[in-house]
Design a protein around this ligand. Structure first.
Ligand SMILES: [Zn+2]
Length: 346
C-alpha cells in the first residue's frame, strides 16, 4: 500500500477525520461558519429592573434554551430583558451536556486553549457590561428533587440563603411556592451553600457562583429532563419565570398563552442551507446526495430558518470550522432536532 492508499484507508476507518496532507491528496475542503453567540435585548418604556436570562449552558437541556428562546419574540409591556438562549451552541447541536466538558465549571477559570473559551468569555463580558439586577441560569436537571435529594430536577437553586446584601432565600421561596400552584411536578428549593460549606465546592466554578462573586444577584432554575416532553419542560421554566417577573416588574403580553400552549410559539419555518461549491451557490431544503469533483471547495455561506438552525458534520470534530475530507455526511439541525442531511462525496 503506498502512502496515498494508506491515508485513504485510515481516513475512512478512523472515527475522527484528520486534516492531513490535504492539498496533496486533492481532498474536498469544507468550510463552516462560526457558531453564533446570540443575545437579544428587549426594553419597555417603563422599565425599572434589568433581568438577564441564560439558557443552553448545558446542551442537552432543551426545555431551558427553548423557553429562553421563546421569550425573544414576545411582546414586552413592562421591564427589561437580556436573553442569551444558546450559551453553548456546540453542545446543543451535539445534544450533550458538554461537548468540550462541562461549561458550567469554567466560569472561575478557563484555559485559552479550551474550545469553549470564546463563548464563556463573551458570556462573562455580556454580564459584566449589562450589570443585570438579577440573572437567571436556566437548566433541565436530572430527576425530581422532591423524590430524590440527589436529583436536581424541578427546583430553584440558590448558592446561599444570603450573600452579601442579597436575600436569595426570600425571592427563591416566593418563586418556588407560587410556581408550585401551577405545576403537577412540584419544585424544591435547593441551597448549595457554595461559600459557607465544602459540599458543593464545584458551584464556585459555576455561572451563579461567579456572578455572586462579581456582585450580580443570580439564581438557577431547573425543570426536569424526565418530564414527558419538551413542551412540559418549557412550561415549567415559563411558570418559574412568571414569578420572577412579578418580583422584577416584567410583563409579557403572551406569557400566559405560552404557558398554556408552548408549541404554538415555536417557529416552524423551514431551514435552508446555502452552499458555495467552487464559487457557485446552491440552496438545499431537503436531504440530498451531492457528487463533487475532487479538490472542491465547499463553503456553507448561509443558514436561513428559525433560530437554532445549523449544519454539523458527522464524525468530525464539531469545534472545527475548516477541514479536508473525501466524504462527509452533514446533518442539518434545529437545535437537538435533525431536519435533513446532505451527503457530499468527491
Ligand atoms: Zn444544567
Amino acid at each position: 500500500m503506498d502512502r496515498r492508499e494508506f491515508l485513504k484507508v485510515s481516513l475512512f476507518s478512523s472515527a475522527l477525520v484528520t486534516p492531513l496532507f490535504a492539498k496533496d491528496l486533492k481532498k474536498t475542503h469544507f468550510i463552516l461558519p462560526k457558531k453564533p453567540f446570540e443575545y437579544f435585548h428587549k426594553r419597555a418604556k417603563n422599565s425599572k429592573f434589568r433581568v438577564m436570562l441564560i439558557g443552553g449552558i448545558h446542551g442537552n437541556e432543551m426545555g431551558a434554551y427553548k423557553a429562553a428562546d421563546m421569550l425573544i419574540d414576545a411582546t414586552l409591556e413592562k421591564g427589561e430583558l437580556l436573553i442569551i438562549p444558546r450559551s453553548n451552541f456546540t453542545s446543543i447541536l451535539a445534544d450533550v451536556r458538554g461537548y468540550n466538558g462541562d461549561m458550567n465549571r469554567k466560569f472561575e477559570y478557563i484555559s485559552k486553549k479550551d474550545p469553549d473559551y470564546y463563548y464563556v468569555e463573551l458570556l462573562k463580558e455580556a454580564i459584566l457590561n449589562y450589570k443585570p439586577d438579577v440573572l437567571i441560569s436556566m437548566h433541565d436537571g436530572y430527576g425530581f428533587n422532591i423524590e430524590n435529594k440527589k436529583a436536581w430536577g424541578q427546583s430553584v437553586v440558590i448558592d446561599e440563603n444570603h450573600y452579601k446584601n442579597f436575600n436569595l432565600y426570600t425571592e427563591a421561596e416566593f418563586v418556588r411556592s407560587h410556581a408550585n400552584i401551577y405545576l403537577y411536578k412540584k419544585l424544591s428549593l435547593i441551597n448549595t451553600k457554595t461559600f459557607t460549606s465544602h459540599i458543593h465546592d464545584e458551584q464556585k466554578k459555576a455561572l451563579t457562583g461567579w456572578c455572586l462573586e462579581h456582585g450580580i444577584k443570580a439564581f438557577c432554575i431547573e425543570s426536569s429532563k424526565q418530564l414527558p416532553n419538551v413542551e412540559e419542560k418549557i412550561k415549567t421554566h415559563l411558570i418559574m419565570l412568571r414569578e420572577f417577573f412579578k418580583l422584577y416588574d416584567v410583563k409579557i403580553t403572551e406569557l400566559n398563552e405560552m404557558i398554556k400552549e408552548p408549541s404554538k410559539f415555536i417557529d416552524k419555518r423551514d431551514t435552508e442551507i446555502i452552499l458555495e461549491i467552487n464559487s457557485q451557490r446552491y440552496r438545499y431544503k431537503k436531504s440530498e446526495f451531492l457528487k463533487v469533483t475532487r479538490g472542491s471547495n465547499i463553503k456553507v455561506v448561509k443558514i436561513n430558518g428559525p433560530r437554532g438552525s445549523f449544519i454539523i458534520p458527522r464524525h468530525i470534530n464539531l469545534n472545527w470550522k475548516s477541514f479536508y475530507a473525501p466524504y462527509v455526511k452533514f446533518d442539518v439541525k434545529n437545535d437537538y432536532k435533525k431536519l435533513f442531511n446532505l451527503k457530499i462525496k468527491a
